[in-house]
Design a protein around this ligand. Structure first.
Ligand SMILES: [Zn+2]
Length: 121
């Protein structure tokens, strides 16, 4: 978990990975919940798809909160307001980190044509 927070503070999203089960584990755990072996850490991709989204007014400003499927890992994050926010829309992780209070955040935005091009590489 410390590795996860440290990487996150550097703006990099990593997930736990079990080499025995060949499975990504989210949220990160030091031991695989299936076989209890120690997990390693791999870098997660930057692209995902919106599974569901909603507008939230819990914070001081309106925020679009979405459930994002990132290659089989489901994450909650915010999506920058803009065109093309819909279920199934492709998004890119543009910011991640932890606040001084320890609150972890993930921020996405919908893709433009350039992103779609790089995503296929
Ligand atoms: Zn395992």
């Amino acid at each position: 978990m410390r590795r996860f927070i440290k990487q996150l503070k550097n703006g990099m999203l990593v997930v736990s990975y079990c080499t025995s089960c060949q499975k990504k584990i989210w949220p990160p755990y030091e031991h695989c919940p299936s076989c209890y072996r120690r997990t390693s850490t791999i870098t997660a991709g930057k692209f995902g798809k919106i599974v569901e989204f909603s507008k939230s007014w819990l914070e001081e400003e309106k925020v679009i909160v979405a459930l994002i499927d990132m290659d089989g890992i489901l994450m909650l994050g915010s999506v920058l307001e803009g065109r093309g926010i819909s279920v199934g829309a492709a998004v890119k992780l543009i910011a991640t980190g932890a606040t001084p209070e320890g609150k972890i955040y993930f921020c996405f935005r919908t893709l433009d044509r350039f992103d779609s091009y790089t995503m296929n590489k």
